[in-house]
Design a protein around this ligand. Structure first.
Ligand code: LLP
Length: 424
């Protein structure tokens, strides 16, 4: 089931034709489906209902306040990696005791903010990635007269993830503490004031399309948990991170469904006395959004046919950065049944500003709309104003209603943030 469907030869998002949104909000624009977010979250949580768990949605995937508010109302927690994301999660009404704080470089100010959340009761847990960070957290918490709940992020040394840039669980990656040093570092936590062990954390990569790396990592971490308990630590939580892939296109390896992932995890954790924390990002947001763009020009006659869109790499950088494949479909299916092969590009002055190479699709015309699929995760959040192109708006659709949930700034707004000192 999907929220983006063909009806009356038009592409719709739930009960609204995408063309209506283009007309009213302009293009390029991100369009999200509330029903898709809801369905994805429910599907994930029912997949793991057999075990005590928390779903801490990974805010970095799509951090719009409206999206976070929607997920908060459905009971989601949050995985945050900065003071800014923490602020968003709190403003959206996510309960602080359902927030975990991840990331390799937390500042002391960010630690303070997380310890002060909820009138001082603080967040669920800090996922600590190194000994120096642990010492900093101990200092901050002690100065505030608080005890920070800590899980150490352990690097289990497994290969996972759809692309080397988003693989995080190998020993040579910057993330986590080497699994061979884990027992020693846990001993140090016990000796430090202001910090208390709650559990163990891992996150091995993103867009993982097989269960095997998760299973391998879990086996290693569960062994470690046994050893840590033997050493006298109270290990109550096991944060498995995120990483479950989504279906981007038919020719790629199709990732396991949340139900298969959930069944595997449930089997491994049942009866182990652990609360599982999950940090899915892409699995919740990825297929809940499209990037809606317009064909500005069609350049033909040379080596290639170029479809030049009004969207560019600054709006959706995944193809340029990771060589990622996103399906691109005409919004109006009626336009033509004749097929053409296009390089689909944006207006930014770089050859890398390419969404697709030699892509076969129905013959397009200037002014036609296209929907770039699976753009709900790591789309808007990774956009920039490169080439002084204003950030594009985001629209949320719920059944028959829709709203702009992030406005398109004007060029004036952009320039007003800058200053020219008198001595220039
Ligand atoms: N937890 C931690 C600690 C993470 O670093 C991440 C993602 C997640 C959870 C969520 O992972 P997910 O379930 O979404 O795979 N920009 C890249 C993806 C980077 C992922 C970074 N960390 C992309 O566009 O593919």
């Amino acid at each position: 089931m999907t929220s983006f469907n063909q009806k009356q030869e038009q592409l719709w998002v739930d009960d609204i034709p995408l063309a209506t949104i283009a007309q009213n909000a302009g293009t390029p624009v991100y369009v999200y489906s509330a029903s898709a977010f809801t369905r994805n979250l429910k599907e994930f949580s029912s997949a793991v209902q057999g075990i005590d768990h928390l779903i801490a949605y990974s805010v970095k995937a799509n951090s719009n306040l409206a999206i976070l508010t929607l997920l908060a109302k459905l009971g989601a927690g949050a995985d945050v990696v900065s003071g800014g994301e923490l602020e968003r999660a709190l403003q959206a009404g996510i309960a602080p005791h359902n927030i975990v704080f991840s990331g390799v470089g937390k500042s002391k100010e960010e630690m303070q903010a997380a310890l002060s959340a909820n009138h001082g009761t603080g967040i669920c847990q800090f996922n600590v990635e190194s000994e120096p960070e642990l010492i900093a957290l101990s200092e901050v918490a002690t100065a505030m007269g608080k005890i920070a709940p800590v899980a150490l992020r352990i690097n289990p040394d497994v290969t996972a993830g759809g692309h080397e840039k988003i693989s995080t669980g190998k020993a040579e990656n910057k993330f986590g503490i080497d699994i061979n040093l884990a027992r020693e570092v846990y001993r140090n936590v016990r000796d430090l004031p202001g910090v208390e062990v709650t559990g163990v954390d891992m996150h091995i990569g993103s867009q993982i399309n097989s269960l095997t790396p998760f299973e391998m990592a879990m086996d290693k971490i569960l062994e470690l948990i046994k050893a840590l308990r033997f050493d006298g630590h109270q290990i109550n939580t096991y944060d498995l991170g995120g990483g479950l892939g989504i279906h981007y296109h038919d020719d790629s390896d199709i990732p396991p469904l949340p139900s298969a992932y959930g069944a595997m995890v449930t089997k491994k954790l049942k009866g182990k006395g652990l609360k599982a924390i999950f940090e899915p990002g892409r699995a919740i947001a990825g297929n809940a959004g499209v990037l809606l763009a317009k064909v500005k020009y069609i350049k033909s006659g040379g080596a290639r046919n170029f479809l030049i869109l009004d969207a560019a790499m600054n709006d959706l950088i995944r193809p340029a950065l990771y060589g990622a494949h996103h399906e691109i479909n005409p919004v109006n299916a009626k336009s033509n049944h004749e097929k053409m092969t296009y390089d689909i590009v944006g207006p930014v002055c770089e050859t890398g500003d390419t969404f697709a190479v030699m892509r076969e699709m129905p013959k397009m015309q200037q002014g036609d709309l296209v929907a770039i699929s699976s753009a709900g995760a790591y789309g808007a959040v990774q956009s920039s104003e490169y080439n002084t192109r204003p950030l594009i708006p985001e629209v949320l659709v719920s059944a028959k209603q829709y709203a702009v949930i992030r406005k398109r700034p004007t060029i004036k707004d952009i320039l007003e943030r800058e200053d020219v000192p008198s001595w220039v």
